[in-house]
Ligand binder design. Structure first.
Ligand SMILES: Nc1ncnc2c1ncn2[C@@H]1O[C@H](COP(=O)(O)OP(=O)(O)OP(=O)(O)O)[C@@H](O)[C@H]1O
Ligand SMILES: [Mg+2]
Length: 258
């Protein structure tokens, strides 16, 4: 076990010299980043830059070829996704993973039952405190009015919010959101991000979110990490990172790439 990723200190997540290739494609090239509790980090980069690959490696769905990942002072590199979730890493997906035939509240209770070893998957509604926490999260995500509706009947934006609320039922320490506003109408994006970030602020959540809209990035991120061809090309405060030549060349396209 490498000492540097498990060392004591404030860092919640340490990605240390991580590499990942798919055949000839370099999806992660020597990625190193340290995340402190409370940060809201936006992962930006053009299509295929390696953002989802990094999210998948942090959550255990993919294993790095080389390098280590440390979370909460443990080496999580070899762990399965379920074990990493249990330690406090939650995620949402580019396409929400929901139970369309169940109500909003039942989706929350099933998600909660999946996190809580003491609960049976088939009788998730039996614990009053599970219901109470689910109701509280639904209120925070402005989903209270939808609690009794079947998920299949809900608009896309509401489903995305539910997916994120479900990810929080296990009281994680780190949340990874892969394009929370993708597929949402332009005029819905800001209200939706307001709802998400206000709710996450109330939970004091540390967040990594993949986002393509630079106005959203600038407004909601406390830090930006920019990727190109599997490499980190900028890492810093949003305004500074977005103003770098590499971001303007490889991410926003304001400069012509040579
Ligand atoms: N399972 C896989 N098998 C083969 N190649 C993959 C796999 N996953 C990702 N890749 C490749 O790795 C590179 C990085 O992909 P990744 O999905 O991480 O990009 P991304 O930054 O999330 O892009 P997008 O903005 O389009 O979601 C791409 O070239 C992609 O085709
Ligand atoms: Mg992606």
């Amino acid at each position: 076990m490498s000492a540097d990723i498990t060392e004591a200190g404030l860092a919640l997540l340490r990605v240390d010299r991580v590499n990942k290739r798919f055949g000839a494609v370099v999806a992660a090239a020597d990625i190193t980043m340290v995340v402190q509790p409370g940060e809201r980090i936006s992962l930006i980069g053009s299509n295929g830059a390696g953002k989802t690959t990094l999210v998948n490696m942090i959550t255990g769905y993919l294993k790095p070829d080389t390098g280590r990942i440390g979370f909460d002072r443990r080496d999580i590199t070899p762990l399965a996704p379920r074990a990493i979730t249990r330690l406090g890493v939650a995620r949402s997906f580019q396409i929400p993973q929901l139970y369309g035939d169940l109500t909003v509240l039942d989706n929350m209770l099933v998600a909660n039952a999946c996190h809580d070893q003491r609960l049976s998957f088939w009788h998730p509604a039996q614990r009053p405190e599970a219901i109470e926490r689910a109701e509280r999260l639904l209120e925070r995500f402005r989903l209270g009015e939808h609690r009794g509706r079947r998920v299949a009947e809900l608009p896309g934006g509401v489903r995305k919010l539910l997916d994120i609320a479900m990810a929080l039922t296990g009281a994680p320490k780190l949340l990874l959101l892969d394009e929370p506003t993708s597929g949402v109408a332009a005029q819905e994006k800001f209200p939706m991000m307001d709802t998400i970030m206000t709710a996450l602020g109330q939970e004091s959540m540390t967040v990594l979110f993949v986002e393509h809209d630079m106005e959203i990035v600038e407004r909601y991120a406390s830090r930006v990490v920019a990727f190109y061809a599997g490499r980190i090309v900028a890492d810093g405060a949003p305004r500074q990172a977005l103003a770098t030549d590499d971001v303007r060349r490889y991410v926003t396209g304001e400069l012509i790439a040579e």
